[in-house]
Design a protein around this ligand. Structure first.
Ligand code: HEM
Length: 521
């Protein structure tokens, strides 16, 4: 009897082991090449071990080891595919089955009550309604078509920026980004300009220079809206962080520290958006919508929510607006800073841009969007910066919405899909010398811009293409052209040249904050 009992226990043990193996360790059939499945954290632990500061580069290393452009991983038991090739990336981003987003806890951390809201990390009808509404109504304000109003307002902001960097601090809060010796801190110096450009579109208001401290310093315990947003961008990661797979780890030190940075960052940003909304709601008249937020508030009134519908509600608006504010201000400021670092390393590029602007625009007025077509070298430099310094190294994670196949491999529903945008934009087979910052790669022998030469994907592609691409490109062009028309770039004599290999990467890639002087030409 005792032997029978022992045999029974052994059989149960073996069955449990087989079940554990099948569920946790065995790679799914016909799955892209990659490492064996590791229990618990899965390949996330492996990526952290290989390069914890840069998960996209860790995935590149694994892909090179397995000689594949499509790496099959398992992140805490969730099948995950990393695509590291331009044509595969284009193909997958343009297949509707891959337009989903996973329901990550990191994404839920962005909402007061941990609901899934906004545009970045939602899918299905709620995402479609939000994205459509935002783009439909922002299209006329520089998000699609050119907008006279946006361009006029931008001109005002740029004149102020030029004054700020040339004549220095006038208000106490400006000490945050203006030093007494005339040097300015990047990316902070761009926060007011970019926030005002965006807020004028959204709520028809800007913060004049004497009142712009709100955009830099927060009245609350935490950082300002933009710096709060940066906390989220610099502490989140491509895979959704550990909290997405084991939310309970947020209670355990040292993980709790990181958790609070992400959570407090997003709460700070949402609180800022809430205060903007309260002001608008007080004076809202549905008969006379004044700006985008009024149009949304009117839609909220019209929209009778059916059970389970979450579109056009207050909390949805807050997170969606945060999803626009975050890249429009924090993201664009970081991208501009990375470009300035490149320009410090390449004074010959600065000289060529200045030469072009002097020829085409002169000094009597600021460069405008009408000049863009006549400033191909400047435009090519911006494109080269977006390519070589890919802001979001793995894009925003996608989700397979149904069982399907891709390149002959089986892709299960709910597989996570990461597109190695940084790798794609720097793939040697595509670019020849991707490591060189060379704007002329986008020009022909006459110096004209050839758009077909720009195969980079800094903004993604397909239905989930960045919603702010046009706005970002236009705004960056205007800022860079205005600054280089007026100034040369100088570093402190004691500072070393930027080392772009030292940038860290989380949800976005970003350099350490640095100081620069805009010296009048
Ligand atoms: C240099 C600046 C920017 C870069 C490099 C960038 C890049 C990206 C990338 C790679 C994605 C993910 C695409 C995907 O899921 O496949 C994205 C999504 C998005 N971007 Fe941007 N972006 C920038 C600026 C902006 C601006 C200025 C805005 C709005 C004001 C914006 C709004 C969005 C939104 C709302 C999404 C989510 C789209 C969706 O899921 O449907 N971005 N961006």
């Amino acid at each position: 009897m005792a032997v029978l009992g022992a045999l029974l226990w052994i059989a149960v043990g073996v069955l449990l082991l087989v079940r554990f193996y099948l569920h946790n360790l065995k790679r799914p059939p016909n799955y892209p090449p990659g490492p064996p499945r590791v229990p618990v954290l899965g390949d996330y632990a492996l990526l952290l071990l290989i390069n914890g500061r840069h998960l996209q580069r860790a995935a590149n290393k694994l892909a090179a080891y397995y000689r594949t452009k499509m790496l099959g991983l398992s992140i805490a038991g969730v099948p995950t595919i990393v695509v590291n090739d331009l044509s595969l990336a284009r193909e997958i981003l343009n297949r509707r089955q891959f337009d989903g987003r996973p329901d990550l806890f990191m994404a839920r951390m962005r909402e007061k009550h941990f609901n899934r809201r906004g545009i970045f990390f939602t899918d299905g009808p709620a995402w479609k309604d939000q994205r459509w509404f935002f783009l439909r109504h922002l299209r006329d304000y520089g998000f699609g078509r050119r907008s006279e109003q946006y361009e006029l307002e931008m001109e005002g902001e740029l004149l102020q920026l030029i004054d700020v960097v040339q004549y220095g601090k006038r208000y106490e809060y400006e000490a945050d980004f203006l030093a007494a010796d005339g040097y300015v801190k990047c990316p902070n110096v761009f926060f007011v300009t970019l926030a005002n450009a965006f807020l004028q579109i959204l709520i028809g208001e800007r913060y004049p220079r004497d009142k712009a401290s709100t955009l830099i310093k927060s009245p609350w315990r935490h950082a300002s809206a933009t710096r709060s947003g940066l906390l989220f961008l610099k502490n989140g990661d491509d895979y959704g962080t550990l909290f997405s797979y084991f939310p309970w780890t947020r209670f355990i030190y040292p993980f709790s520290k990181k958790y609070h940075k992400i959570r407090d960052g997003m709460m700070g940003l949402c609180r800022f958006v809430e205060t903007l909304l309260v002001r608008q709601q007080h004076s809202f008249d549905p008969e006379h919508p004044r700006h985008f937020v009024d149009l949304y508030l009117r839609e909220m009134q019209r929209h009778v929510p059916s059970e389970g519908t979450i579109t056009f509600q207050h909390d949805q608006l807050v997170v969606s607006l945060a999803d626009f504010y975050l890249p429009a201000v924090a993201g664009t400021a970081v991208q501009l800073s990375m470009l300035l670092e490149r320009l410090l390393l390449h004074p010959e590029v600065v000289a060529s841009i200045q030469h072009e602007i002097d020829d085409v625009v002169g000094h009597g007025r600021l460069p405008s969007l009408s000049d863009r077509a006549n400033l191909p070298y400047t435009e090519a430099t911006l494109r080269e910066s977006l390519r070589i310094d890919t802001l979001i190294p793995s894009g925003i994670v996608h989700r397979a919405m149904e069982n399907t196949t891709f390149q002959g491999y089986n892709i299960e529903q709910n597989t996570l899909i990461l597109i190695g945008l940084e790798r794609v934009n720097n793939q040697p087979e595509e670019w020849g010398d991707p490591e060189n910052f060379r704007p002329t790669r986008f020009l022909d022998e006459n110096g004209s811009l050839v758009l077909s030469k720009d195969r980079s994907l800094p903004f993604g592609s397909g239905k989930r293409l960045c919603a702010g691409e046009t706005f970002a490109r236009n705004t960056m062009f205007l800022v860079v052209a205005a600054l280089l028309q007026h100034f040369n770039l100088r570093q402190r004599p004691s500072d070393r040249l930027p080392d772009v290999s030292q940038r860290s990467s989380a949800f976005i890639t970003s350099p350490e904050d640095f100081w620069i002087r805009f010296e009048p030409r």
